[in-house]
Design a protein around this ligand. Structure first.
Ligand SMILES: Nc1nc2c(c(=O)[nH]1)N[C@H]1C(S)=C(S)[C@@H](COP(=O)(O)OP(=O)(O)OC[C@H]3O[C@@H](n4cnc5c(N)ncnc54)[C@H](O)[C@@H]3O)O[C@H]1N2
Ligand code: MOO
Length: 411
């Protein structure tokens, strides 16, 4: 039996081993939530040309400066310019041109008078109020100039960044791809939701829990589902799946039982470490590489809460490292306990909690056991009780790992 390792040791070993995936140019819509793997410099100005901010008349300021309710200015209308239709290129002095929002301002004109300050005349326009000089003109380059840095390398691309890239004419951006994560549940007792249950079977919650967690982390999740507790069936299933995997995540079959299929199947290869981590839930862990392509594999414990906490602590940071997303781990916060709690000595306890960020407090949710999925769904944080602490009073300040938020991209 290998010596127990700390959470930090296990995570460090994993993060030393996984590598960022090679970036390539991805269509913008595929890049949502990914980290930019290149800085992007604008090759255009925005706006690209001087254009109108209002529906109205393009004029020379000097021709309308004296307009008021008492002193109307009359100008002949020499044309009409719509957005995307700019046949009138120059405006003679002493004239006006109808202009629509977004249409190019003709040379000679420097100001736009909105319809509301005119009689909306067709042949001649009567202007009853003077704009400020250059009012309602959006000048070329006033937003972005050619050569401006649009996106810093490492930016997690959200809707506003993608909108800017498109506005600047970029159809793609270099980003690391989403890791393809294959998720296998082991357990002869498992059944698919929607099917019948015997007195000795349970539904496979884990493959949904882990696939959803992987997908939310930005990965592509392939939920393979249930594999029985037979090493041969497990290895066959794994072998079939490796071709589409950047990462494999299994649940179950790694503790001390007589049918611990994952351990039994993978131990002979010698490429996967199995051992205890000083944490609860989540003690029995495994990590290593499998197959011809040395695909990283996480063998998580089968108890659902253990599997989920293991995902948050070990798999999520690995996936984020592969995607070049920083920070790799969700940041911890500190909060005050609303109730006292106790914890066993020697293993770091991850109690389920309900975090109130505004109040800076956290309430324990349910018990510490690792099969309590009802309580897990009610929680949004983990209360971290250090290995050497056995009791904490109400009001104590504790470290908390939020299960929602804290990472760029709304994760
Ligand atoms: N003698 C010992 N027994 C156990 C130890 C130990 O140190 N000595 N460790 C316990 C701890 S801690 C954990 S955690 C579990 C981990 O066991 P396995 O990873 O081998 O998982 P299984 O035995 O296959 O399953 C455990 C539990 O979880 C249920 N399960 C499994 N898969 C799913 C799934 N996909 N969806 C829902 N529930 C699932 C399964 O039915 C079991 O109840 O070992 C302890 N034992
Ligand atoms: O470590 Mo197990 O994950 O306590 O139930």
């Amino acid at each position: 039996m290998p010596e127990p390792v700390s959470v930090e040791e296990h995570l460090a070993r994993i993060l030393d081993d996984v590598e960022p995936l090679a970036p390539y140019q991805q269509p913008l819509m595929d890049a949502l939530g990914l980290a930019a793997a290149e800085p992007v410099v604008s090759t255009v100005s925005l706006p690209p040309f001087d254009n109108s901010a209002m529906d109205g008349y393009a004029v020379r300021y000097a021709d309308v400066a004296a307009a008021s309710e008492e002193h109307h200015v009359h100008l002949p209308v020499v044309g009409e310019i719509s957005a995307g239709d700019a046949r009138l290129l120059a405006l003679p002095p002493g004239t006006a041109a109808k202009i629509m929002t977004g249409a190019p301002v003709p040379s000679g004109a420097d100001t736009v008078v909105p319809y509301e300050w005119t009689d909306r005349g067709v042949a001649t326009v009567v202007i009853s109020r003077a704009p400020r000089e250059r009012q309602h003109v959006r000048y070329a380059g006033e937003d972005v100039e050619t050569g401006d840095l649009l996106i810093e390398e490492g930016t997690v691309l959200g809707p506003r960044h993608l909108g800017l890239l498109a506005a600047a004419g970029r159809p793609t951006i270099a980003a690391r791809p989403r890791p393809r994560v294959v998720i296998l549940s082991t357990g002869t007792e498992l059944r698919d939701p929607g099917t019948g249950l015997g007195h000795d079977s349970i539904y496979d919650g884990n493959s949904y829990l882990l696939a959803a967690a992987a997908k939310r982390a930005g990965a592509i999740a392939y939920r393979v589902g249930i594999v029985p507790d037979q090493p041969r069936a497990f290895l066959e299933s794994l072998d079939d799946q490796l071709v589409r995997a950047d990462v494999v995540v299994t649940s179950g079959g790694v503790s001390m039982g007589d049918h611990d299929v994952v351990k039994e199947a993978l131990s002979p290869s010698g490429t996967v470490w199995f051992g205890p981590v000083r944490m609860q839930p989540g003690k029995p862990q495994g990590y290593g590489r499998v197959g011809e392509d040395s695909v990283p594999i996480f063998t998580l414990p089968g108890n659902p809460v253990s599997a989920y906490i293991s995902f948050e602590l070990f798999v999520l940071p690995a996936l984020r490292t592969m995607m070049g997303l920083l920070p790799a781990s969700r940041p911890h916060v500190r909060a005050r306990l609303t109730h006292a709690l106790t914890s066993p000595r020697g293993r770091r306890q991850y109690m389920r909690g309900d975090l109130d960020r505004a109040a800076g407090s956290v309430s324990p949710v349910g018990g510490p056991a690792s099969h309590l999925v009802g309580d897990l769904a009610m929680a949004d944080a983990l209360i971290v009780v250090p290995e050497d602490v056995t009791e904490l009073p109400a009001g104590a300040e504790v470290e908390v790992l939020p299960l929602e938020g804290g990472l760029a991209g709304g994760l």
